[in-house]
Design a protein around this ligand. Structure first.
Ligand code: SF4
Length: 437
């Protein structure tokens, strides 16, 4: 590889991967590597991949096809496939893509600098998709000024739930948790670098437990960190949303009144086939409890449409649940088969046109609900944590409310400050107003 120590990371998939890529970049920089923003000319190209849907994998294959041409023009370039797809495919990736040098599962990212040295020393291609024992994160004292006021902090990784459609437990491994002391130290370091809001990250944060804290206790410890203004967390599993956790969110002033609370289906029959561990009634019971204890709570959710065996009646139950909860936002996915999961063996598939119709149906209804909820805020004043200039600017600023609603506003502001904004108009996805900062 000579003296060229430049690396380029391209990310695919979820927020967990985005954060892993950020941490991997810090790790490589500490090993003397230099990040570059474009793949052209990079000595090492790393794709941090996703395999949650077949489409995500196809995207990686087609991207690699294009990136490979870089090697034809200028040698040598090392290709690294990291993340969930690496874990799902393992050595088979080398057969399909013989120009790849390194295949590393999501739990083994910390080994990448070592493997790059081995490759420099003449090693043959390396595959490491072992089960991880800990959560991938860099030491707190390596944290640089992220130049942002809002940061992600991984508190756990992996999943023990085995929802029948999901590949995550197979590729990310079983649940493992960071020590609460380590988490507190990392957030303290971030706050010292100007961060004001943290989002705690994990496949199922509600099941967090360490030697000396469960999740509610961890939240109370984070609440006590001076200088931190807002705390969020994702993703919550409805079956693990305890009364104690809801009470904690209600009592801790820094915990935002926003919860991503993925239901997946409104039909208890489909939920059982999905192995979600709760019924429609239990889910709605948790929602009622949150609404009772946390005034102004805003909820978002994920729905899967066209799960094997989903009938029109099951779909109507998803519709009625969506209407009953009145979410602020939802993410809807067409069911897609993942080889190796239990649902891959379910025979009664739903035709693609029916999936599209059901998806559109939920989407249209949600647009109306979101519009009504946003319009109800016209005339109110909300606290906005300022992200920066609005994309389609005109001198406007953008930020988020405690309920995670995006607000574009005029007036004086600085990124990272809290500004009271009077709401003047609304669309389904955004509020508009004037700030009095
Ligand atoms: S809770 Fe279910 S959907 Fe979420 S990561 Fe675990 S298995 Fe997948």
């Amino acid at each position: 590889m000579g003296d060229d120590r430049s690396f380029y990371i391209e990310n695919f998939g979820c927020q967990m991967n985005v954060h892993d890529s950020e941490q991997l970049a810090v790790l490589l920089k500490h090993d003397g590597w230099i990040p570059v923003m474009e793949p052209d000319g990079a000595a090492v190209i790393i794709l941090n991949t996703c395999s949650v849907r077949e489409k995500a994998e196809q995207k990686v294959f087609s991207r690699l096809g294009r990136l490979r041409e870089l090697r034809n023009g200028r040698s040598p370039v090392r290709f690294v496939i990291a993340g969930c797809m690496a874990r799902a495919w393992g050595r088979k990736l080398l057969k399909r893509l013989p120009f790849v040098d390194l295949v590393v599962g999501p739990g083994m990212l910390s080994q990448i600098p070592t493997y790059l040295r081995k490759l420099d020393g003449g090693s043959r291609p390396i595959v490491d998709i072992r089960d991880p024992e800990s959560v991938f994160c860099v030491p707190s004292n390596w944290i640089e000024n992220p130049g942002i006021h809002s940061a992600w902090v991984t508190i756990m990784e992996g999943c023990d739930n085995f929802c029948s459609y999901c590949i995550v437990p197979y590729v990310r491994g079983r649940e493992r948790f960071r020590d609460s002391e380590q988490i507190i130290e990392e957030i303290g370091a971030l706050v010292a670098h100007g961060v004001r809001e943290v989002t705690l990250l994990g496949q199922n944060v509600n099941s967090y437990r360490s030697r000396n804290a469960g999740f509610p206790e961890l939240l109370r410890q984070i609440q006590a960190i001076d200088g931190l203004v807002r705390i969020r967390f994702t993703t919550s599993h409805p079956k693990d949303m305890s009364d104690e956790l809801i009470q904690t969110v209600a009592e801790c002033s820094k915990l935002c009144e926003y919860m991503h609370f993925p239901v997946q289906s409104g039909s208890s029959r489909i939920l059982a086939r999905m192995n979600r561990g709760y019924t429609r009634e239990e889910y709605l019971g948790r929602v009622d409890r949150m609404k009772a204890l946390i005034p102004d709570v805003a909820l978002s959710s994920d729905f899967i449409v066209g799960f094997p065996g989903e009938t029109e009646e099951d779909h109507r139950e998803s519709v009625s649940l969506l209407e009953a909860v009145a979410y602020d936002n939802i993410f809807i996915f067409n069911y897609s088969v993942r080889t190796g999961t239990r649902a891959a063996e379910f025979p009664d598939t739903v035709p693609p046109d029916v999936k599209v119709r059901r998806l559109e149906d939920l989407l249209q209804r949600q647009r109306r609900i979101a519009m009504d909820r946003n319009q109800a805020l016209i005339g109110e004043t909300v606290d906005v944590l300022v992200d920066g200039s609005a994309k389609r600017g005109n001198g406007m600023w953008t930020g988020r409310t405690r309920q995670n609603r995006v607000v574009n506003f005029s007036g004086q502001a600085r990124p990272g400050t809290l500004v009271p904004v009077r709401i003047e108009s609304a669309s389904p996805n955004c509020l508009y107003g004037s700030g009095s900062g």
